[in-house]
Ligand binder design. Structure first.
Ligand SMILES: Cc1cc2nc3c(=O)[nH]c(=O)nc-3n(C[C@H](O)[C@H](O)[C@H](O)COP(=O)(O)O)c2cc1C
Length: 395
C-alpha cells in the first residue's frame, strides 16, 4: 500500500499515455497522494482534464508563466517517488543526459526522490542504439526501469516496446516503500544460458530458459532487496537493475565486478564449462567440411566469487540428472553456502519448464528434497531460507 505517500506521475507523449490515467487511478486507490506532470506532446494523447479528474489536481505542464515561481524544484521536493510513464525515447534521452529543457526533465534533475521509468515506443525506436545508450545510462544512474514488454503496439504492430502494465508499474512503486525482509540488502542473481561463439552466427549453448533466475530476481525485489540481474535472456518487468551478457566470460566480468558490494549472490544461470578456443572470424562453410573445434575451459564464475575475501552469501545451482551425490560433492568443492540441486532429467523440472524439483544441499552435505513446485514458489521458499541464514536473519 502507498497510504499517504506523495507520488509524482510524469507523462510524456506516446500512445501509451492513455494508460497513465489508469495508473494514476491505481496509485490513488493504493492510498497515494498523486500529482502529475505532462509534457506538451503528452497533452496531444491524453486530455489534461482526465488526469485532473482522476487525481483531483490539474496536471502541471508549463515551466514558465504560471503562479509557482519554481515548479520543478517545488514538485521535486514534494515527491517521495517520481514515475515517468510512459517514457518516450525523447524523454529517456533527456533524462539520460540531464537535459532539463521541459518541466518533466527539469523535475527529474531537481528531485532526490527515487525514479521509476516505464519506456514505451515502437520496437525500432526501442532497439535503436541511441535509445539503448539512453536506457543503459538511466539504469546506470540507479533509476528503476520497468519494462518495456512485448506485445501489441500502436498501429497494429507487434514487438518489444510496449509499456509495462499499470499493475507492474504500481508494484515497482510499492516496492520502493516496502520494508521487506531483504530491505537494505543488495542481491546479485544470474540467469539464462551462456552462448559461446563458434563463428559469428553459431554458438555452443544450453537449454536454460532463465525462468528460475528471473523468478528469484523478482522474488528478491518483492522482499525489498536491491537486485542486480546478470542475464543472457529477457529480464522480467520489475525494479531490477539488468546487466545483459552473452558469454561465460562476460558473465564472469559482470559478476566479479559487482559481487563485492552484494550481500547475496544466487547463481541460477547455466554457464558453459567449455568454449571454442579459436572462434572463426567468418562464417564456417559447409563446403569446407566438418570443422575441428578445439575447446578450452571458461572462467569459473562461481569459484571466482567464492575465493573473494569479502564474498556475499553464496547460493549455487547445480543441474543434475538424478544423482544428488554429485551435487553434494560440488557443494563442498565450490564452498557455497547453499546449493540447489536441480533435477533436469524430469520432464516437469529444470530447463524451460514452469515447475522445478530441487534438493537443497547444505555445506555439511545434508540434503533437503523439496516437492515439485512452480519456479515462483521455489524462489519464494529459497528467499525464506536465505533470509533466515543471513547475519541478522531469524533462524
Ligand atoms: C501518433 C504518434 C505516436 C507516438 N508514439 C510514441 C511512442 O509511443 N513512444 C515514443 O517514444 N514516441 C512516440 N511518438 C513521438 C513523440 O510524440 C515525439 O518524439 C515527442 O517529441 C515526444 O515528446 P516528449 O518526450 O516531450 O513527450 C509518437 C508520435 C506520434 C505522432
Amino acid at each position: 500500500m502507498l497510504t499517504g505517500r506523495r507520488i509524482l506521475l510524469a507523462v510524456s507523449g506516446g500512445v501509451a499515455a492513455y494508460k497513465a490515467a489508469y495508473l494514476a487511478r491505481r496509485l490513488v486507490e493504493a492510498g497515494a497522494e498523486v500529482r502529475t506532470i505532462m509534457t506538451e506532446s503528452a497533452t496531444r494523447f491524453l486530455g489534461p482534464q482526465t488526469l485532473a479528474a482522476v487525481t483531483g489536481v490539474p496536471p502541471e505542464i508549463e515551466m514558465f508563466d504560471r503562479p509557482s515561481v519554481s515548479p520543478h524544484t517545488t514538485l521535486g521536493q514534494w515527491a517521495e517517488a517520481m514515475v515517468v510513464a510512459p517514457a518516450t525515447a525523447a524523454t529517456l534521452a533527456r533524462i539520460a543526459h540531464g537535459l532539463s529543457e521541459d518541466l518533466l526533465s527539469a523535475t527529474v534533475l531537481a528531485t532526490r526522490a527515487p525514479l521509476v521509468v516505464a519506456p514505451a515506443m515502437h520496437t525500432e525506436m526501442w532497439e535503436h542504439p541511441a535509445t539503448q545508450r539512453s536506457i543503459a545510462i538511466v539504469r546506470g544512474d540507479g533509476h528503476v526501469v520497468v519494462g518495456p514488454g512485448s506485445g501489441a503496439l500502436a498501429g497494429g504492430d507487434e514487438g518489444r516496446g510496449r509499456m509495462a502494465e499499470p499493475e507492474e508499474i504500481l508494484a515497482a512503486v510499492e516496492a520502493l516503500f516496502e520494508d521487506g525482509p531483504l530491505a537494505g540488502r543488495t542481491v546479485l542473481v544470474t540467469a539464462g544460458g551462456t552462448r559461446e561463439p563458434i563463428d559469428p552466427v553459431r554458438y555452443i549453448g544450453n537449454r536454460s530458459s532463465g525462468k528460475m533466475g528471473n523468478a528469484i530476481a523478482l522474488a528478491a525485489a518483492r522482499r525489498g532487496a536491491r537486485v542486480v540481474l546478470v542475464t543472457t535472456v529477457e529480464a522480467p518487468a520489475g525494479p531490477i537493475e539488468v546487466v545483459p551478457v552473452e558469454t561465460a566470460e562476460q558473465m564472469a566480468e559482470a559478476v566479479w565486478s559487482r559481487a563485492p558490494g552484494c550481500d547475496v549472490a544466487v547463481f541460477a544461470a547455466a554457464v558453459a564449462d567449455f568454449r571454442p578456443e579459436a572462434p572463426s572470424g567468418g562464417k564456417l562453410k559447409r563446403a569446407d567440411g566438418p570443422p575441428e573445434i578445439g575447446l578450452e575451459p571458461t572462467p569459473d564464475v562461481l569459484r571466482g566469487v567464492a575465493a573473494m575475501d569479502d564474498r556475499p552469501f553464496l547460493v549455487g545451482f547445480a543441474a543434475e540428472t538424478g544423482d544428488v551425490a554429485e551435487a553434494i560433492a560440488k557443494g563442498k568443492h565450490e564452498r557455497v553456502d547453499l546449493l540447489v540441486a536441480n533435477d533436469v532429467a524430469r520432464a516437469d523440472s529444470g530447463f524451460g519448464t514452469d515447475t522445478n524439483a530441487v534438493t537443497l544441499v547444505a555445506p555439511d552435505g545434508s540434503t533437503e528434497p523439496w516437492p515439485l513446485a512452480t519456479k515462483d514458489e521455489v524462489a519464494e521458499r529459497l528467499w525464506d531460507r536465505v533470509a533466515s541464514l543471513l547475519p541478522g536473519g531469524e533462524s
